[in-house]
Design a protein around this ligand. Structure first.
Ligand code: SF4
Length: 333
């Protein structure tokens, strides 16, 4: 069976390039299920991600970040656009290529309680993807599960135990071990610490950090906690109603945010538990419906700096200092 080893160092070609990605969900009505509208969950998203880096995805609930992750994993089909992952156009891949894609891109779930099958022993949970891909015999699969349990800070002997015998943090470690078993290149971490006690969150974040260095992993990190994003991300994308509002390095986003939405997110009142700063508490008003998003700039109904043009014309991206881009008329021509 394939041995776990250091992967190639960061290459100049992006590992992932997403171009004009769109995901609409049809809204159906009537006995003939006629499509009467569309939920514009992801609406023309483009970005790239280099090997060994972490991209943080932030925004309020309903901004499209989890839908984007599910489209990247091909758990749901895209409406249009292009996803090039590790040199492969995955929206046009055949079933054999998709199998390979699924090995190379894995997911760590938000909820360590519901994401593990309670009737399966931990060894089986971790090694199940190997069985699914016909990799190794039962002895090799067990050995791999034992090895990964030790890598994530648990005991070899834990392979014989059941999920209910573990704490939330330990269960998340099991989920992380499972996500590593196929030696993926990219792991999408969908709010991996939000269901955990604050005292445990740092341990899991440090573990993810260490694993990234050891195995040159690439992460897409979805989180509500601003400090979690700052701690984990090389680059940050701020999303609102299915669109990217701003993208920059983590340092730039936190030191000099430009988009009024990003600024609003960052003006959170300090609370005793900074890891759990909640976006919903920081921006006034409700997120409009993604079925009928506001015209022009989608943020104009809540923007403290709104101008006349904002409801009429959608802002394009303006590049600021090379790799910092912002979609806002304050910075356009
Ligand atoms: Fe605010 Fe206008 Fe910029 Fe949108 S384009 S964020 S409404 S100033």
């Amino acid at each position: 069976m394939e041995e776990r080893k250091m992967q190639k160092p960061t290459e100049s070609e992006p590992l992932l390039t997403v171009s004009s990605l769109v995901k609409y969900f049809p809204v159906k009505e009537g006995i003939f299920s006629k499509v009467v509208n569309q939920v514009r969950a992801v609406d023309g998203v483009s970005f790239s991600l280099n090997s060994g880096q972490t991209l943080g995805l932030v925004g309020e609930s309903g901004c499209g970040k989890t839908t984007l992750a599910r489209v990247l994993l091909k758990l749901i089909p895209a409406t249009s656009g292009e996803i090039i992952f590790d040199g492969m156009n995955i929206l046009q891949a055949d079933s054999g290529q998709l199998r390979k894609h699924r090995r190379n891109m894995q997911l760590i779930f938000q909820d360590p309680f519901s994401s593990l099958n309670p009737r399966m022993r931990v060894g089986k949970i971790i090694s199940e993807p190997l069985s699914h891909h016909n990799m190794g015999d039962s002895r090799e699969r067990r050995k791999k599960a034992e090895e990964l349990l030790e890598i994530v800070g648990l005991q070899k002997s834990d392979i014989w135990r059941y999920p209910h015998e573990f704490s939330g943090g330990q269960r998340q470690r099991i989920g992380i071990a499972r996500s590593l078993v196929l030696n993926p290149k990219l792991i999408i971490c969908d709010e991996p610490v939000s269901a955990l006690d604050v005292s445990i969150q740092s341990q899991i974040l440090n573990l993810l950090d260490n694993l990234q260095k050891e195995f040159n992993l690439t992460y897409i990190f979805i989180a509500h906690g601003l400090n979690v994003i700052r701690h984990m991300s090389d680059r940050v994308i701020v999303m609102y109603l299915g669109k990217i509002m701003e993208e920059a390095t983590s340092d730039k986003i936190f030191a000099s945010p430009l988009h009024p939405y990003t600024k609003a997110l960052l003006t959170a009142i300090p609370v005793p538990n900074p890891r759990s700063i909640d976006f919903e508490a920081t921006v006034e008003g409700d997120v409009p419906s993604p079925i009928n998003p506001p015209s022009g700039c989608r943020f104009h109904t809540r923007c403290p700096e709104v101008m006349e043009i904002c409801s009429k014309k959608e802002p394009g991206f303006t590049l600021i200092e090379g790799d910092h881009r912002v979609a806002c008329h304050l910075f356009g021509e």
